[in-house]
Design a protein. Structure first.
Length: 385
């Protein structure tokens, strides 16, 4: 359907195309879920099955979720303004979180109603019409799952992934409802309430998993290792770049990324030439990721004996403390017969046992033991990803 309703539908990283997929998903979700609610509600009245009723109202909440998805993508596509200079892209994540909460609330209500059904069981009717309604519902939800999952992967949308996971959970719950109805019809044993509780808890679990996926980008999460490696590969493909580090990615929505990074360049290069090179790299990153890229230049001394000697000392000390520790951007800021001042960054893993002060004190003390003239300016950073 994207072929007919979304212009340039294969340009997935374009903000307008992303929005188009979200709006299309929302509209189809509203139409199909209202249809499923109406048919299952009728089936619930005919059968008197609480699990079918619960499944029907689950589809009604899905319709509300689709409305939220539609509104979320619509607002997320709004341009930046004075109050929101980085745009409104994070509203897509907010929409995904609201969808997740709808899922959880529906699961809680289904479970509560099912417990009452266990306490006060009632006979359940079942016939071919009800079976057809439930089978059609399963097929429709499978199509919705497949469509939303494909769209989610194409535009890298956690919100559409949540919608897709909700659809596949509906396939499971409706299948359970169908199985319980057939079982009760064949055996006369009423298990409707028990199956309803199972359905409710499965819905809650689905909502919880979906909520985690949308909360993380709202709080701020690191870029994927694949993304980091891809950025580094692009930067390092340019002649004159010696290294890349301190990559930071700020996500203001899937189509609004701001990244900053440091690149190492030879200190004997013409500053205008290096500036032009940095501009070229920023433009390349901007075009590929539709982002704002800011690059800081770190000059590195090559073939300087004093600098190489100090690098060897620092590397040896860090290996002795912990081989996991790395360093970069070491420079002799000031060096003469009376004083040597070193500046460098140390990279540590997250959740590291040693504190920043422990690492700094260790390096400062041992560097002074090697050479009393040395003072160190040390910055502690976390690994990129």
């Amino acid at each position: 359907m994207a072929r007919f309703f979304i212009k340039d539908y294969e340009q997935y990283k374009m903000p307008g195309v992303r929005q188009g997929y979200g709006l299309l998903s929302g509209i189809l979700g509203i139409i199909l879920n209202i249809f499923l609610f109406a048919t299952k509600f009728i089936a619930g009245i005919i059968s008197g099955s609480i699990s079918i009723f619960g499944d029907a109202f689950n589809n009604l909440s899905d319709a509300a979720s689709s409305i939220v998805t539609f509104i979320g993508f619509k607002l997320a596509g709004e341009e930046a303004d004075e109050q929101h200079p980085f745009g409104h892209g994070r509203l897509e994540y907010v929409a995904g979180l609201i969808v997740s909460l709808f899922i959880i609330l529906t699961g809680c209500e289904v479970a509560r109603t099912s417990v009452n059904k266990i306490i006060n069981p009632e006979p359940v009717e079942f016939n071919a019409t009800i079976a057809v309604i439930l089978v059609v519902s399963i097929l429709v939800k499978l199509l919705m799952f497949q469509g939303n999952l494909q769209a989610a992967n194409k535009i890298d949308s956690k919100t559409l992934k949540s919608v897709a996971m909700d659809s596949i959970s509906d396939v499971f719950t409706t299948s359970v409802v169908l199985a319980s109805s057939i079982f009760a019809y064949k055996t006369g044993i009423i298990v409707d309430g028990y199956f309803g509780v199972l359905v409710g808890f499965f819905i809650i679990k689905t909502g919880y998993e979906a909520a985690k996926d949308t909360i993380n980008p709202l709080l701020g999460e690191p870029p994927s290792k694949e993304f980091v490696e891809d950025v580094k590969k692009i930067v390092m493909s340019h002649d004159g770049i010696l290294g890349v580090h301190d990559l930071l990615v700020h996500n203001y929505g899937p189509s609004r990324i701001i990244m900053s990074l440091h690149v190492e360049v030879p200190d004997n290069q013409n500053i205008v030439t290096v500036h032009d090179l940095i501009d070229d790299i920023e433009n390349e990153l901007r075009q590929k990721y539709h982002c704002t890229a800011v690059i800081h230049m770190d000059p590195v001394s090559l073939h300087d004996e004093e600098t190489e000697m100090e690098k060897a000392f620092v590397k040896s000390l860090l290996n002795g403390l912990d081989p996991k520790l790395k360093f970069h951007d070491l420079r002799l800021v000031h060096s003469n017969e009376e004083e040597r001042r070193l500046s460098f960054d140390v990279i540590t893993p997250y959740k590291y046992d040693l504190s920043d002060d422990d690492i700094k004190n260790y390096l400062i003390e041992h560097m002074r033991n090697i050479d009393p003239r040395v003072t160190c300016d040390i910055t502690i950073d976390k690994e990129d990803a």
